[in-house]
Design a protein around this ligand. Structure first.
Ligand SMILES: Nc1nc2c(ncn2[C@@H]2O[C@H](COP(=O)(O)OP(=O)(O)OP(=O)(O)O)[C@@H](O)[C@H]2O)c(=O)[nH]1
Ligand SMILES: [Mg+2]
Length: 642
């Protein structure tokens, strides 16, 4: 079984020099990548490892840890350039649409609109340049992608571009404002992909012809089974960014059968690798199909189609020279929505600029971007805190939360869901702010409004920046007011690494208590259920052809015979062979379709549609078969023969 791996978002991948326009820089065409070939595929050294190397101290912070996620290069975001940084630092809010790049783009749009549109509405702009501002029409995009794919060879991972489905944000007055979140951020934890299992190979009609072997008999082999689609949690991935450029995953089709009873080869399987913590839904539905939490978990999502039988399989006592073979069964396909909820033990939350990233940087070896302006952190950072040889915890530093974050203001909304899997939270409060208490309350309120479950998680409060006189002034009143509410806050100076140890030890204790209280029922225990989607598909395949429904459209004198068993039978019937039609008529008679139609009052010349096959009803059966139906001339659909 071949696995087609996708590239991972990892520190190594991030740190390599990259072109300004990644869509242009990388080949626009599709590639078949294998684990060995993919230059972006992480080497074994990039795999997630909880390092607990030899240490003398039973408690050590900031040494034995790894950063898994770093900010993508700054040019990916439309933040002001270094020249603009002075003005930027004093801005209390990041307005991506006001950045220099955005201005440049809007100027270009204005210029080109005065030049007039060309015939097909193309403004003649270089859209690749606007990638991060695109709010694409997903359906159009899907159509385009599907068209592009017509020429694609199967069994390949086809690269496309999905911008994460830029949503528009509803504001109170009913005005709609485009969410100014760059595509790379939307794609960090969400993706929409297309998966298709391989079609089965066709069976063939062949006869043995050999010297001295008269009447060699039928020898057409069966087609091979189509490849399966698997989904696997890959420990070396911690974001869904790779799906930004790889959207389509198709397993290979089975080879066709051959003469001399040779069966076709099985199609190549495809393995879609996702980050641990990914939730998988069928696109457009809310129902969760799968949740892969642990590295290495693998689910069979879509089983490949069955190979069609060759004429050797149709040999019987009454028909020793069958001229019939089946088409391979079509492999199922679907669009999936992937959503990543990071698997971290502790989440650091707080208002922008409170010092969350600074705290993470001193308790682990993570090196998140730290700067004195809000929204320095645009994507979550993970760090591992090691206490001793075998006790570690994964801590996530999340982008700052603003009032209204639960409704999509700021960036917090994008990433609040990552706290859902945390067992405990650390609230970092900027002690030097004017009203630290209000800041704390606002963040608590946002968490509650986003999800009461998150708000119920145990938490520690870290009053930060105690090295500053303003913070020292605020500390007593803050402490007293929180104590009055039954909360015991800690005061720390993240920069000076004072008090951080107590905070993180308390968070670890809360984590242990929570873990003991909530036994993890999900995960490995449910591994059998992981294949439930494939089992449902298989069950549908075994649907009997006797189960069908008939509907009548009197205006066009058309009868529709619907049933998944019959549909599959029609699809697998290869009309190229003479005996196929006779068999088909026979089956319609045997499963009661003809009888039911007669009962319902079908008349001479009426159209009967079974699956994708259109036929004309005749009251008197012709000599060729026992049925009254004959295919109408237009209905002949020759199967694809590659
Ligand atoms: N004096 C002082 N400054 C601190 C302390 N902790 C953080 N800072 C400063 O506060 C600023 C913001 O720190 P960050 O760690 O980037 O804050 P953040 O909460 O991650 O900010 P966002 O990512 O924008 O939400 C930086 O200039 C830090 O140097 C502290 O204990 N004392
Ligand atoms: Mg930060």
């Amino acid at each position: 079984m071949a696995s087609i791996s996708i590239s991972c978002f990892c520190p190594y991948a991030q740190s390599r020099p990259r072109a300004r326009n990644p869509r242009r820089a990388s080949s626009p065409k599709k590639h078949h990548r294998s684990r060995d070939q993919d230059p972006r595929n992480p080497s074994p050294t990039t795999e997630l490892k909880l390092r607990t190397g030899a240490k003398e101290l039973p408690f050590s912070l900031g040494v034995e840890a790894t950063t898994y996620t770093r900010l993508p290069p700054r040019e990916d975001f439309s933040l002001p350039s270094i020249d603009d940084s002075a003005s930027f630092q004093f801005s209390s809010e990041v307005k991506l649409s006001e950045s220099s790049l955005a201005m440049e783009i809007s100027r270009e749009i204005e210029d080109s609109s005065t030049e007039g549109e060309d015939e097909d509405g193309d403004l003649g702009l270089n859209y690749g340049k606007f990638e991060i501002f695109e709010v694409g029409d997903e359906e159009d995009y899907e159509d385009e992608q599907e068209e592009e794919e017509e020429d694609e060879e199967e069994g390949e991972v086809v690269e496309g571009f999905y911008d994460g489905g830029g949503e528009a944000m509803e504001l109170e007055e009913g005005t709609v404002k485009e969410k100014g979140v760059p595509a790379v951020m939307r794609c960090f934890d969400r993706a929409k992909i297309f998966v298709k299992a391989g079609n089965g190979g066709n069976g063939v009609v062949a006869f043995r012809r050999e010297k001295y072997v008269p009447l060699g008999g039928p020898s057409g082999g069966d087609g091979g089974r189509g490849g399966n689609v698997f989904i696997e949690a890959d420990g070396s991935m911690n974001s869904l960014l790779p799906f930004r450029n790889s959207v389509h995953f198709r397993a290979g089709r089975g080879s066709h059968g051959q003469g001399k009873m040779q069966a076709g080869a099985k199609g190549e399987d495809v393995v879609v690798k996702v980050a641990p913590g990914t939730v998988i839904r069928e696109a457009g539905t809310e129902e969760v199909l799968l949740e892969l939490l642990h590295p290495g978990q693998r689910a069979l999502l879509l089983p490949g189609g069955r190979g069609g039988r060759g004429n050797a399989s149709f040999k019987s006592g009454t028909n020793k020279v069958p001229r019939i073979a089946e088409n391979g069964e079509e492999g199922p396909e679907m669009w999936l929505e992937l959503e990543l909820k990071l698997v971290a033990d502790v989440g650091i939350v707080g208002a922008p600029n409170a010092g969350k990233s600074t705290l993470l940087s001193v308790i682990s070896a993570a090196q998140p971007a730290i700067a004195n302006y809000p929204f320095t952190t645009l994507l979550p950072n993970l760090g591992v805190v090691s206490f001793d040889y075998d006790s570690t915890m994964v801590v996530a530093d999340l982008p700052g939360l603003l009032e209204g974050a639960h409704r999509g203001f700021g960036l917090g909304h994008e990433f609040l869901r990552h706290t859902e899997r945390c067992s405990a939270l650390v609230h970092v409060v900027d002690g030097s702010s004017q009203q630290p208490e209000f800041e704390f309350d606002a963040v608590r309120l946002e968490l509650e409004l986003f999800s009461p479950e998150i708000a119920e998680k145990p938490f520690v409060v870290a009053f930060n920046k105690m090295d500053l006189p303003e913070a020292r002034e605020n500390w007593l009143s803050f402490k007293e007011s929180l104590q009055a509410r039954g909360i015991e806050p800690f005061c720390i100076s993240a920069v000076k690494q004072e008090g951080t140890r107590e905070v993180i030890s308390t968070a670890y204790k809360l984590l242990q208590e929570r873990k003991a209280a909530v036994e993890e029922l999900d995960g490995w225990g449910n591994q059998l259920d992981l294949n439930h989607v494939a089992n449902t598909v298989r069950k549908q395949r075994t649907a009997s052809i006797n189960e069908f429904e008939i509907s009548h459209d009197s205006s066009t004198n058309t009868w529709h015979v619907m049933g998944s068993g019959l549909q599959r039978f029609v699809q697998m019937t290869n009309w190229r062979y003479v005996d196929s039609e006779r068999r088909f008529q026979h089956v319609l008679e045997a499963c009661g379709v003809n009888k039911s139609l007669t009962k319902l009052g079908v008349e001479e010349g009426d159209t009967v549609i079974v699956g994708e096959m259109e036929m004309v009803w005749h009251d008197s059966a012709d000599g060729s078969g026992s049925s009254n139906m004959r295919r109408s001339a237009e209905s002949i659909k020759w199967p694809e023969w590659k």
